[in-house]
Design a protein around this ligand. Structure first.
Ligand code: ATP
Length: 323
């Protein structure tokens, strides 16, 4: 192996820069040339590659976002798009790619592998919906950002005896919402994995009010059947029954942009360095993830064929603790 490329794809996640840095420096250490691909798969198709030296990745480990840019590319979903990408890589003599990204991105990795081009994936998405890694780059930081917001909202909610519907990101996965609800001491949580009757949430709020709680927080996953706006609309007609005055706060992209914490910097560094080691050993078609504290390579074919399950016993725990 002499030349490899690295790209970030899908939603940005805090720690992506630490992963890019680790790919570059581990590759350089082996005497390889490393190229950065700008704007994810779109840049792979257009040939937007730039050589990266160890110095080019100085001062990025503490930054959120991605220095290479990310994008969503519809063209890459077509075989013709991927053929163009392979042509761009071959013209530059690139022999393998490290793809840092989530579910969709790793589906793209597998599609590229199936066309004969070596790829190793690195598990990175704040949604934590990727099979093959118990947690992914960005999850811990995004969760801490959500928690900080929840803590603040709790303070203002208590001052005015209000209820807050707090919407957090996570696409169709309720992981972030559930963990934020437990760690933030929320009164209720709404996730896509479980059907929620808004009536039950109304009852939970009312019970809290009658038990003398000074506030009520409901953490709502953006992908739930009733998101925060939907629940607020439902409650509009039942205002007086809730007891609390209701407010809505959507955390949205605030959750993405933060500086990666120690956990995500270390996870990103370990996963990315391991991806380069796999390539050196001639292994491709795998995703590097964290399983029981170990860095583990899972076949991309298994990653795309399986859906990661959410541990629903944690939902019961959240409900018990909300008393
Ligand atoms: P996140 O969930 O954190 O936003 P992600 O990696 O799941 O990240 P997606 O938008 O789902 O983000 O996917 C990123 C890109 O991966 C898509 O824009 C597309 O270029 C590529 N991709 C997704 N699905 C496929 C597919 N079935 N075949 C080939 N490429 C795909």
């Amino acid at each position: 192996m002499k030349r490899i490329a690295v790209l970030t794809s899908g939603g940005d996640a805090p720690g992506m820069n630490a992963a890019i840095r680790a790919v570059v420096r581990t590759g350089v250490d082996k005497g390889w040339e490393v190229f950065g691909v700008r704007h994810g798969y779109a840049g792979l198709i257009s040939g937007d590659l730039l050589p990266l030296s160890a110095r080019d990745v100085s001062g990025v480990i503490q930054l959120g976002g991605t220095m290479l840019g990310s994008a969503r590319s519809l063209e890459f979903k077509t075989e013709e798009g991927r053929r163009k990408a392979i042509r761009s890589l071959s013209e530059r003599g690139v022999e393998a790619v490290v793809v840092i990204g989530g579910n969709g991105s790793q589906t793209g990795s597998q599609a590229l592998c199936q066309m004969g081009f070596p790829v190793v994936g690195v598990a990175s998405t704040i949604d934590n919906d990727l099979y093959g890694s118990e947690t992914c780059i960005g999850v811990d930081t995004a969760l801490n950002i959500a928690l900080e917001a929840i803590d603040r909202l709790k303070v203002t909610a208590s001052s005015h005896q209000r209820a807050f519907l707090i919407e957090v990101m996570g696409r169709n996965c309720g992981y972030l919402a559930l963990m934020a609800a437990i760690a933030g001491g929320a009164e209720a949580v709404v996730i896509p994995e479980v059907d929620t009757d808004p009536e039950e949430i109304a009852v939970a709020l009312r019970c809290g009010y009658e038990r003398g709680k000074p506030h009520a927080l409901v953490v709502v996953a953006e992908g739930a059947e009733y998101n925060a706006a939907g629940l607020a609309r439902y409650f509009e007609e039942h205002k007086e029954r809730l007891g609390f005055e209701l407010r809505v706060s959507t955390l949205g992209h605030i959750q993405r942009g933060g500086a990666p914490g120690a956990f995500d910097r270390l996870l990103a560094t370990r996963l990315a360095a391991a991806a380069v080691e796999e390539l050196e050993r001639g292994v491709s078609g795998v995703l590097m993830g964290l399983i029981r504290g170990e860095i583990v390579a899972t076949l991309l074919a298994d990653v795309v064929a399986n859906k990661k399950a959410l541990d629903l016993s944690l939902l019961e725990l959240a409900q018990v603790l909300a008393k």
